[in-house]
Design a protein around this ligand. Structure first.
Ligand SMILES: NC(=O)c1ccc[n+]([C@@H]2O[C@H](COP(=O)([O-])OP(=O)(O)OC[C@H]3O[C@@H](n4cnc5c(N)ncnc54)[C@H](O)[C@@H]3O)[C@@H](O)[C@H]2O)c1
Length: 247
């Protein structure tokens, strides 16, 4: 166990959606590094297997589930499978979501984005995650602080935070709920963006003068899930290098 275990107990489990790449993969790696068992979910089997292979050397239990989190049956079956493999799942990282550049119809995008966060949260909550349970959703500064050209992206990220605030108000007896809002983060979906003209312009406006790494977002997420954050409920935490305070 690392000396930065954040107060988690060995063997507790976290379910991470979108674990096959980027932020979800980084959360999985650091969760395992500090002793958590992990249930890794993604619709991309190859990415998921790569993450699992990176996580396994840490020696904690690893469960994988190939699923599209916008499908009810896949989510219900995944929770049952995860519980069989790992026992109870105390923590949930709702992270999967389509890239902001995806060409999605508005209504369907909201269904996929905020609908999936609700679907996975309700399925997980129904298993009774127990004392100290917590959920973090990956939102975006594009939801509540900046507007993007894709209407569905800003709208769905803001909706996710609205749902988190509902949970924080009405479900705190079951679990804490918080939102992590990444700024521009160096994951495959933003490959090449920092070097583009727009990317360079944005970087100039970020006080820390760099993109976030997936690790930056993962640690913020793990902190909010952890017992150290036991009195933090309903916050929207931008992890953006100060970008939005300069706007
Ligand atoms: N990269 C950024 O700059 C940035 C900024 C703000 C917010 N975010 C948010 O962070 C989260 C993770 O993004 P990332 O940058 O790590 O992207 P990524 O593309 O590296 O990883 C996302 C993973 O989620 C999976 N996924 C997508 N839809 C899914 C679904 N319906 N069911 C199961 N798995 C699914 C993908 O297969 C992929 O492996 C997303 O919610 C994204 O909106 C990213």
């Amino acid at each position: 166990m690392s000396n930065r275990d954040l107060g988690f107990s060995p063997g507790e489990a976290v379910l991470i959606t979108g674990a096959g790449s980027g932020i979800g993969r980084a959360t999985a790696l650091h969760a395992a590094e500090i002793g958590l068992s992990v249930s890794l979910w993604d619709l991309n089997p190859a990415g998921l297997e790569e993450t699992a292979a990176l996580v396994r050397p840490h020696g904690t239990a690893v469960h994988t589930w190939v699923a599209d989190v916008s499908e009810d049956d896949a989510v219900t079956a995944g929770l049952a499978d995860a519980r069989q493999a790992l026992g109870g799942i105390r923590y949930l990282h709702n992270n999967a979501g389509p890239a902001s550049s995806s060409d999605l119809p508005f209504d369907r995008a909201l269904e996929i984005c905020v609908g999936s966060v609700r679907r996975v949260t309700e399925a997980w909550a129904s298993t009774g995650p127990g004392e100290g349970a917590a959920m973090v959703a990956t939102t975006s500064i594009a939801g509540n602080l900046l507007g993007t050209d894709n209407a569905w992206y800003s709208a769905s990220k803001a909706a996710i935070m609205g749902y988190v605030r509902h949970l924080a108000s009405y479900r705190a007896g079951e679990f804490r709920s918080n939102g992590v809002a990444p700024g521009m983060t160096d994951t495959p979906r933003l490959a090449g963006f920092a070097a583009s003209e727009t990317g360079r312009r944005v970087l100039q406006r970020i006080p820390l003068k760099r993109m976030a790494t997936p690790d930056d977002i993962a640690w913020a997420t793990l902190f909010l899930l952890s017992p150290l954050a036991g009195y933090i409920n309903g916050v929207y935490l931008p992890v953006d290098g100060g970008w939005t305070v300069t706007q």
